[in-house]
Design a protein around this ligand. Structure first.
Ligand code: FMN
Ligand code: SF4
Length: 359
């Protein structure tokens, strides 16, 4: 049997195979951040389709950290009952589900506040005070407790894509001169405080995961050398899985296309496999998930066989084919998603329920 369909354990969580649905917002929650029935049906489809571990799309931990219209929230108890319905349908079909906790920082649509004053295109942010940072750390902890109330199997910190945690990690956005800025140790203080707060509230055996960048792909951003240090520090602290992604802040396309790739041609479609190989070595034995560009069964199997990652993570392929895992198991050779990004384009994002827009 292919390793892809072998079960795997992340901390105390048993997963039926090596497939992970990377966090993907359905951008269709109501104005109070409560998930709508269409979203619950989407998650039911993913679990029926065989995905082992589903990461729910990002959820805001406090109202001021909301990234876009239609984003789900976990900032108050009123959002919990519908989230519990969502986890119930996933469990009914044998899947496991964690939610992704996020604060958008200067990308918030409510209060554009991040580590320092910052401007990138349309995004202009003010600097958070130390008291506000402490309040955000608390909010992550409270949200993590709500994930237990909603019967998620674990929780993921969104540390990637230029949102608040990744803003603090990046020299590009973080120019603070206090204990939250400057050295890498200081820039990762927000992340370690968030992790410690969550761990203190959920206990030692509840899985805590992170999605983080291997690289910002920007001239003065977070580099793979930074990423190796942060990932290994978080692994030592007790993080149960590290999912590797990249980009989202000041990124330059050319850097992104070239510098994170593996030299191994069998891994060429996995855009961050080269960086992931280095990070994996540093975090061993903490398991890894790898996302971005993975489409063929051949590459998925090579990633597992070569020990680059333990979990194969995908987002867009599952938008088009919620039953992709079953299809691969039945012999399909690759995902049919063509990565055209029509499902996240301006005309549809936050305006209708997430779906594939290709025939
Ligand atoms: C519609 C859409 C929504 C997304 N929402 C999130 C999200 O909530 N959190 C997150 O970390 N990444 C999000 N992403 C990024 C994906 O998780 C993933 O990292 C990216 O699409 C690359 O993986 P892929 O090539 O398998 O699609 C989203 C991507 C898309 C297309
Ligand atoms: S719209 Fe394009 S990127 Fe999105 S799921 Fe469909 S084929 Fe994939």
């Amino acid at each position: 049997m292919s390793k892809l369909f072998e079960p795997f354990k992340i901390g105390s969580m048993e997963i039926r195979n090596r497939f992970m649905r990377s966090a993907t917002t359905s951008y269709w929650s109501d104005e109070n951040g409560i998930v709508r029935p269409e979203i619950i049906r989407l998650y039911e489809g993913l679990s029926k389709g065989g995905v082992g571990l589903i990461v729910k799309g990002h959820t805001y931990v406090m109202d001021s950290g909301k990234a876009h219209v239609g984003m789900a929230g976990i900032s108050g108890d009123h959002q919990v009952p519908k989230l519990r319905e969502l986890t119930d349908v996933v469990h009914e079909h044998g899947g496991k589900i964690v939610t992704q906790l996020n604060h958008a920082g200067y990308k918030s649509i409510v209060d554009r506040a991040g580590p320092s004053e910052y401007q990138e295109g349309d995004w202009k942010g003010r600097a958070l005070t130390v008291d506000e940072i402490h309040g955000i750390v608390d909010a992550f902890g409270e949200a993590a407790e709500r994930t237990m109330d909603a019967e998620f199997d674990g929780v993921m910190i969104h540390g990637a894509h230029g949102y608040l945690v990744s803003q603090f990690l990046s020299r590009l956005a973080n120019r603070r001169t206090d204990e939250y800025g400057g050295s890498l140790e200081n820039r990762m203080r927000l992340l370690t405080e968030v992790y410690d707060e969550i761990r203190g509230r959920v206990g030692a055996s509840f899985p805590v995961l992170i999605k983080m960048n291997c690289d910002d792909f920007s001239p003065n951003g977070f580099t793979v050398e930074d990423s190796i240090k942060v990932a290994s520090a978080m692994a030592k602290r007790g993080m149960d899985l590290i999912e590797i992604s990249g980009g989202g802040m000041g990124q330059v396309g050319e850097l992104r296309r070239t510098r994170a790739k593996s030299d191994d041609p069998a891994l060429s479609e996995a855009n961050f496999a080269g960086h992931a190989e280095k990070i994996h070595e540093a975090i061993n034995p903490t398991p890894m998930g790898l996302v971005n560009g993975i489409r063929t069964r051949r590459c998925m199997e090579a990633l597992l066989e070569k020990g680059v990652t333990e979990m194969i993570s995908m987002s867009r392929p599952f938008i088009r084919e919620p039953d992709l895992v079953r299809n691969l198991e039945a012999g399909q050779l690759e995902a049919t998603c063509i990565s055209c990004d029509a499902c996240s384009g301006r005309g549809v994002f936050s305006k209708m329920m997430l779906m594939c827009h290709q025939e």
